[in-house]
Write a protein that binds this ligand. Structure first.
Ligand code: NAP
Length: 489
C-alpha cells in the first residue's frame, strides 16, 4: 500500500521553482530544459532549466556584484537569515522529504533524516557567523603590534553530487553565508529539486539578491568551465567523485583558487573478535545500507576477525536479506532504487567479478527485473584478495566480508587503498581501539558506531578522498582569509 498519493506527489512537484536563480530573479535557461527522473520507476518527474555558459557567467556577475555589500552585512543578520531558513526547512520537513525521495529514490524516513541533517548545518553556521574573530598581539620585540583579521574569501563556486541532494549543499552554503561570501551553486543534474526548494526558502527568509545564485545544467563542464577560469572567482568547493575532483583541481590551478575537495571513499569496517557482535551487525547495517549504500561514508568492505567472520556474515545476511525493497514512498520500504542504470550496472559488474573469483553470495547478488533501478541487498562471504570491489567504491547495497588473522593484518588491509575518508572499528578493548584508530589512514573514524556525520564535527578525508573539512568550527575556515596588519606604535 502506498502511503503517499499521486496528488500529494504532484503538489510538491508543482511547488518547486524550475528556473535558474540569478541576481534575485528566476529566469529560463538559454539551452532549454533538462528532465529530472524518478529512479524508482524510470520516468520523468518534471523539467528544470538548462543553463548555458553565458547563464553561468551571469550568475558569477551577480555574485561578484553582491560581494562587497554582503561582506559588510552584520554577522548577526547573516546568522539570523540562516536560522530562519533552518526553521522553515523544519516546518516543511515532510514535503521536502517527499520531494527528495521522488528525485533521489531513498526511503521517506531516510529523506526525513537528511532534511534534518541538512537543516542543522544552517543552524550550526547561524551560530558561527557571530564567532568570526581575529587576534591582537604585542610584537616579540615590544615595538609594534600584530593584528590579524578574518575576511570572506569572496565569490565561491559550490558544486554538489546527487546522493545527498540537500545536505551536501547546506554544508557549503551555510558557512559561505555565515562568512559573508557570495556564491554560484550547481547541484547535480539528477537531483536539482531539493536545492531549488532551498533557494526559494532562502529567498523568502531574506537573503539579499545576488548572494546566492543557482544554475542547473545538462553539461557541468561546459557551464562551470568559464566560471572557474574567471579571475573574479576566489574559491571552488566540490563534493563528488575523485575523478572529477582531479579535473577540477587542474582547472582551478589556473587562478590558484582556494579549494575544498570532498571526494570518494572506500571505507573499511573492522570487527575484532572482542567486539559486541550484535552491536557490530547493527552498526554495519547503518554504515552499509544508509542511503542504499550510495554514500561516500558507506562501509565498502568488512574486515572481520577469522574467529567471528562466519557468524558476523550470517547475522548481517539475515538482517540485510529481510529489508524491504521498493519505491521510497511506499510503507515500510527500507531500500530504494539506485540512481540510474549505469550505477546499477557497475554494482552488478563488481558483484559478478567477486563471485567469479570465488566469493559466496549469502543473500542477494542480482538486479531486480521491472521498472526502476533496483538491486537486491547483498552479502558476500569469503571475498578473495583481488576482487575489484575491495578496491573500488561500490555505491550500492553490497556488503563484502573478508576474514583477518590479527590486528596488523586488519590495519594493513584497511589502509590498502588510495582513499582515506572514513573507517569503522568495533572492539571492546580500549587500548586496542586507540592503537588502531591512530594507525588508520582516514580523516574520520566511527568507533563502535556506524555513522560519523554530524554538523558539529569536521567531516572530510585524506589521501585521494580530498582535503578541507565541512561542518564543525573548522567548516567556516575555508571561507575566510586571514589578513595580518603590522601596526607601528
Ligand atoms: P560526480 O560525477 O563527480 O559529480 C558531482 C558533481 O560534479 C555534479 O554536480 C556533476 O554534475 C558535477 N560535475 C561532473 N563533472 C564535472 C566537470 N567536468 N566539471 C564541473 N562539474 C562536474 O559525482 P556523483 O556521481 O554525483 O557523486 C558520487 C561521488 O561523490 C562518489 O564518489 C561519492 O563518494 C562522492 N561523495 C563524496 C562526499 C564527501 O563528502 N567526501 C559526499 C558525497 C558524495 P552532473 O550532475 O551534471 O554530472
Amino acid at each position: 500500500m502506498s502511503t503517499i498519493s499521486a496528488p500529494q506527489e504532484q503538489r510538491i512537484l508543482d511547488q518547486v521553482p524550475k528556473q535558474l536563480y540569478i541576481a534575485g530573479e528566476w529566469r529560463n535557461g538559454a539551452k532549454g530544459t533538462i528532465a529530472v527522473e524518478d529512479p524508482a520507476i524510470g520516468e520523468p518527474l518534471c523539467e528544470v532549466a538548462d543553463a548555458s555558459p553565458d547563464d553561468a557567467m551571469a550568475a558569477l556577475d551577480a555574485a561578484v556584484e553582491a560581494g562587497p555589500q554582503w561582506s559588510q552585512h552584520p554577522p548577526r543578520e547573516r546568522g539570523e537569515i540562516l536560522r530562519r531558513a533552518f526553521d522553515a526547512i523544519i516546518e516543511h520537513k515532510d514535503e521536502l522529504a517527499l520531494l527528495m525521495t521522488l528525485e533521489m529514490g531513498k526511503p521517506l524516513k531516510e529523506s526525513q533524516a537528511e532534511i534534518g541533517y541538512a537543516a542543522e548545518f544552517l543552524r550550526w553556521f547561524s551560530e558561527q557567523a557571530v564567532r568570526i574573530d581575529g587576534r591582537y598581539a604585542v610584537a616579540p620585540n615590544g615595538q609594534g603590534r600584530l593584528l590579524t583579521m578574518k575576511q570572506p574569501v569572496g565569490p565561491c563556486l559550490l558544486i554538489t553530487p546527487w546522493n545527498f541532494p540537500l545536505a551536501m549543499g547546506t554544508r557549503k552554503i551555510g558557512p559561505a553565508i555565515a562568512a559573508g561570501c557570495t556564491m554560484v551553486v550547481k547541484p547535480a543534474q539528477q537531483t536539482p529539486l531539493s536545492m531549488l526548494m532551498l533557494v526559494r526558502i532562502l529567498e523568502e527568509t531574506g537573503l539579499p539578491k545576488g548572494v546566492l545564485n543557482l544554475i542547473t545544467a545538462s553539461s557541468a563542464s561546459e557551464s562551470t568551465g568559464p566560471v572557474i577560469s574567471d579571475p573574479r572567482l576566489r574559491k571552488l568547493s566540490f563534493t563528488g567523485s575523485t575523478e572529477v575532483g582531479r579535473k577540477l583541481m587542474e582547472q582551478a590551478s589556473e587562478n590558484l583558487l582556494r579549494l575544498s575537495m570532498e571526494l570518494g571513499g572506500n571505507a573499511p569496517f573492522i570487527v575484532f573478535e572482542d567486539a559486541d557482535l550484535d552491536a557490530a551487525v547493527q552498526g554495519a547495517l547503518i554504515a552499509k545500507m544508509r542511503n542504499i549504500g550510495e554514500a561516500c561514508t558507506a562501509a565498502n568492505r568488512f574486515h572481520v576477525a577469522d574467529a567471528v567472520a562466519d557468524q558476523f556474515a550470517k547475522q548481517l545476511a539475515a538482517k540485510i536479506g529481510a529489508m524491504k525493497v521498493g519505491r521510497g514512498t511506499e510503507d515500510g520500504v527500507e531500500v530504494g532504487p539506485l540512481i540510474d542504470d549505469n550505477q546499477r550496472r557497475k554494482v552488478a559488474e563488481l558483484v559478478d567479478d567477486a563471485v567469479g573469483r570465488g566469493a559466496r553470495a549469502l543473500v542477494g547478488g542480482h538486479a531486480r527485473d521491472g521498472a526502476g533501478y533496483f538491486y537486491d541487498p547483498t552479502v558476500l562471504a569469503d571475498v578473495p584478495d583481488g576482487a575489484e570491489l575491495l578496491k573500488e567504491e561500490i555505491f550500492g547495497p553490497v556488503a563484502p566480508v573478508k576474514g583477518f588473522a590479527d590486528e596488523d593484518e586488519a590495519i594493513a588491509a584497511a589502509n590498502d587503498t588510495e582513499f582515506g575518508l572514513v573507517a569503522y572499528v568495533y572492539t571492546s578493548d580500549l587500548k586496542r581501539a586507540l592503537r588502531v584508530v591512530e594507525r588508520l589512514e582516514t580523516g574520520m573514524v566511527g568507533l563502535n558506531q556506524g555513522m560519523v556525520s554530524n554538523p558539529a564535527a569536521p567531516f572530510g578525508g585524506i589521501k585521494q578522498s580530498g582535503f578541507g573539512r565541512e561542518g564543525g568550527p573548522e567548516g567556516i575556515e575555508k571561507y575566510l582569509e586571514t589578513k595580518y596588519v603590522a601596526v607601528n606604535l
